[in-house]
Design a protein around this ligand. Structure first.
Ligand code: ADP
Ligand code: ZN
Ligand code: ZN
Length: 811
């Protein structure tokens, strides 16, 4: 007898696997999806290991195979284990990352009566069981769900168990319908050869069966099967005609799988490799050497550090082509927000027909089709957000992670809380693939690894367009405190004001940038300092000018703007912060001649409005584009000569050790928007803290300056990369209870640490989380600092209500 260790789709399974016997009739491989009995249910499971001995004495048997082909490769099985161990997530959650879209299904329970019992059995039945039995008997077979609806959930389950014990009813299982299936269409073709068909057509005409004749002639002209819909449309035939010809054996009707296609290649023209610049060439050569060597033990991770516009994408494209030439495939990860038609087109035009997109916005059917194509080896390049790390490329050669510093590569809102960069590096280690991390502003931790030699650093120090020597834009820092002193209370400093006016007068374009929508739009009493916050969420309320209301961006709580300060009744309650709407209004007052366009998540809720706004601005239908960090993402807008940052300080004072890094990245990206065309450009950054190193370094386009300061602080304060962090958050509706539980957990962790004598493990907190209250639930947080956190935490029983985030990206 052989045994399988199965990861089961049940919340109680957590990080455990279960042993099942493999019945002789089934042939089972690692990575295979199976149905297994679990308690009284039938569940989906994935076989993770095979063995000759079961891990426990008594095993049940695997019931059936769900799909003949394994759904996970051996490397993916190892990756699932790694994710579960590293991020302390249930195994099935990790496995689920790699399953085909729409895969997860439940088995439904049905109740039936095996043979008709004699009356004496029934007369002794308690009333409740008798009623349930009658319900089943009336219909022969009833779903448990239906009984639950009639009798109540608990009563139904209880009485069914009792009846099963008496042998009066039996349970059986059927699968929930498949959610995503291959799409099939009915196709017609001739069952005879074309010559015969024409003779048949002539005969049909004699018998006045004109429609049949027309269809036969139509099919005789074509050598390929034709969709039924097309045949009906072209020949005006009806179903009866088709049926008649099929019945006579002249025509065959068959279902053929058709593909749902998320990329429309019609508008895409093939692009060809560009002649690389010297810097690109040298980067490319290192990568292609590494692709050719393929060392299985030690993956090659490249950090491609290149300013915006330095031609990183061309390096990715040629490296991907090289991987394809070697018979392998690639995966390209981009941040969700950059997954635009333009981005997809850049890849699709280089590999026409050979690119797949995986994206949660596609329909389930499209996702399913793309997944199948990938698994069948039909796709050279998969492009997608972090989840595309798990695309089933059969022979992975290269993983590209563009904008590798982006926080969205970390899944923080649900389990598994994995980082796509770390998962991709692990996957590369398992498959021998090469990894390219690309960024203009690498994550401090990535750069540190490159300095240490864990990653190989490649640099593209200059922009490519329009000429190789095109300089980065001039950046000017304006101290807003000086403006106040000079009596300027406007949102625009004197220099920004002058620059905007000049650019607009010269028919050039301007982008005005605000760090985060509503980040500084709170209102504060100038008399007593009171800030209006949400009563439920403890975050500042944001002023929405259009409706003149204050809105909580966590829970959508809304109140009208008060006339008096709720605390001191002063009338000097005044707007201090600025949102994009406010900026737009003031810009329209200050520059009445300019045409404005606003771009933030309020105006881009609709599906295509992103693209529409961009198209308008490209067509120069507006002079000034006002927006949040969304406008910093990889747009190439050559007519923009001026970028203004309204207030660079928002976000600098967040209680997170990465606040400086975040600000540097954002400002650098914004600065990268200007001067992309022949006119060059300048950037003006307004701030209350002009001396801050993140602002200084961004203004000088000097990553090294930023990095040296930042890494020094990280070392001094013992923050990553010099240690690792884990955040443990407990949520509950009762604040005091929440606090108590956090204290209890802290003591438990400290006791455990001391008992084990772990020296390098420390705890911060408990404290209310940055957002203390969210949707009516309180949140308390513990931060752990140490080098072996997953191993330490995996030994501790962590009750419900806690979430554990290993390597969190936001505190
Ligand atoms: P990045 O990805 O680093 O921001 P891109 O790859 O978008 O930079 O390159 C910026 C521009 O330069 C693009 O329009 C691209 O087509 C062009 N470009 C890149 N490499 C070359 C090259 N070797 N020769 C000519 N143009 C290039
Ligand atoms: Zn007040
Ligand atoms: Zn709220």
């Amino acid at each position: 007898m052989r045994y399988a260790e199965v990861c089961v789709n049940s919340p109680v399974a957590q990080r455990q696997i279960f042993s099942y016997a493999i019945p002789h009739r089934l042939s089972i491989n690692v990575g295979q999806a199976v149905w297994v009995p679990f308690g009284e249910k039938l569940l989906q499971g994935i076989v993770l290991e095979l063995s000759d001995y079961p891990a426990v004495e008594e095993t049940r048997e695997i019931v059936d195979i769900i799909e003949p082909r394994p759904v996970l490769s051996p490397a993916q099985v190892s990756l699932a284990y790694w994710i579960s161990d590293h991020y302390l997530s249930p195994l099935f959650n990790s496995v689920a990352l790699m399953l085909p879209p729409g895969f997860e299904r439940k088995a439904l329970t049905f109740i039936s009566i095996p043979s008709i019992p004699d009356d004496s059995d029934l007369s002794s039945l308690p009333q409740e069981q008798r009623r349930a039995f009658d319900l089943v008997q009336k219909q022969d077979k009833v779903s448990l769900r239906q009984l639950e609806r009639t009798l109540g959930k608990q009563k139904a389950q209880r009485t069914v168990s009792q009846l099963v014990k008496r042998g009066l009813v039996t349970r059986s299982y059927e699968l929930e319908p498949v959610k995503a299936k291959p799409k099939e269409e009915l196709y017609l073709s001739l069952a005879i050869d074309a010559g015969e068909a024409q003779q048949e057509a002539a005969r049909s005409r004699e018998k006045r069966a004109h429609k049949q004749a027309a269809l036969l002639d139509f099919l005789a002209q074509l050598s390929r099967p034709v969709p039924l819909a097309e045949a009906r449309q072209k020949t005006k035939c009806d179903k009866a005609t088709v049926d008649a010809l099929v019945q006579k054996g002249l025509v065959t009707a068959q279902h053929i799988e058709v593909r749902r296609e998320p990329i429309s290649y019609q508008d895409i023209t093939q692009s060809y490799p560009l002649t690389l610049t010297a810097a690109q060439e040298s980067a490319f050569r290192s990568i292609s050497q590494s692709l050719a060597q393929k060392s299985e033990e030690h993956p090659d991770v490249f950090l491609l550090h290149g300013v915006t516009g330095s031609g990183k994408t061309e390096v990715y494209l040629q490296a991907l082509a090289e991987a394809v030439r070697l018979g392998k495939q690639g995966i390209v990860l981009v941040p969700e927000i950059s997954l635009t038609p333009q981005t997809i087109e850049r890849f699709a035009s280089r590999f026409p027909g050979k690119v797949a997109v995986l994206h949660s916005k596609l329909s389930l059917g499209e996702q399913f089709d793309e997944w199948q194509r990938i698994r069948n080896g039909e796709v050279d390049v998969v492009i997608g957000p972090r989840s595309a790390t798990f695309a089933p490329q059969p022979d992975l050669g290269l993983v590209v992670i563009d904008e590798e510093h982006e926080w969205t590569y970390k899944q923080h809102d649900k389990s598994p809380r994995y980082h796509a960069r770390d998962a991709a590096i692990k996957l590369a280690e398992l498959t021998g693939a090469v990894v390219i991390l690309g960024s203009a502003t690498p994550d401090v931790e990535s750069f540190y690894h490159a300095q240490k030699g864990d990653f190989r650093l490649l640099q593209l120090p200059e922009r490519v367009t329009p000429s190789e020597s095109s300089p980065l834009p001039q950046v000017k820092i304006v101290d807003l405190r000086d403006e106040l002193k000079a009596g300027n209370r406007s949102l625009f400093s004197r220099s920004l004001s002058r620059a905007i006016a000049k650019a607009v007068a010269d028919s050039e374009q301007v982008m005005l940038f605000l760090n985060r929508r509503g980040a500084a739009t709170f209102i504060q009493c100038r008399n007593c300092g009171f800030v209006l916050g949400c009563r439920r969420c403890e975050v500042a309320l944001t002023h929405h000018l259009a409706e003149d209301t204050l809105v909580c961006h966590q829970c959508n709580y809304r109140i009208p703007v008060p006339q008096l300060c709720p605390r001191c009744s002063s009338q000097r309650i005044k707007f201090l912060g600025v949102g994009t709407q406010r900026l737009e209004q003031e810009a329209s007052n200050t520059f009445p001649q300019a045409r404005l366009l606003r771009w933030d998540s309020d105006v881009t809720k609709g599906k295509h409005s992103h693209q529409e706004i961009l198209k308008k601005f490209r067509a120069h239908e507006a002079d000034i584009l006002i927006g949040t960090q969304m406008i910093t993402k990889g747009l190439d807008l050559p007519q923009v000569t001026l970028v203004g940052v309204a207030n660079a300080d928002t976000g600098l004072n967040l209680p997170d050790f990465r606040a400086g890094e975040r600000t540097f990245q954002l400002l650098s990206q914004v600065a990268g928007r200007a001067g992309r065309g022949p006119l060059g450009g300048q950037v003006i950054i307004q701030t209350y803290s002009p001396e801050h190193y993140a602002i200084q370094a961004a203004a000088k386009h000097d990553y090294a300056l930023f990095y040296d300061q930042e890494i020094t602080y990280r070392r001094q304060l013992n923050n990553p990369p010099f240690t690792r962090l884990a955040s443990l958050v407990y949520t509950h509706t009762n604040d005091a209870l929440c606090h108590r539980e956090a204290e209890r957990m802290k003591r438990l962790l400290i006791d455990e640490r001391d008992a084990k004598g772990i020296a390098d493990l420390s705890l911060i907190g408990p404290a209310p989380a940055f957002i203390h209250r969210l949707r009516g639930r309180f949140r308390w947080q513990l931060i752990l600092r140490g080098s072996e956190l997953p191993a330490f935490l995996s030994q501790i029983s962590i009750p419900q209500g806690w979430t554990v985030d290993i390597d969190p990206v936001g505190l």
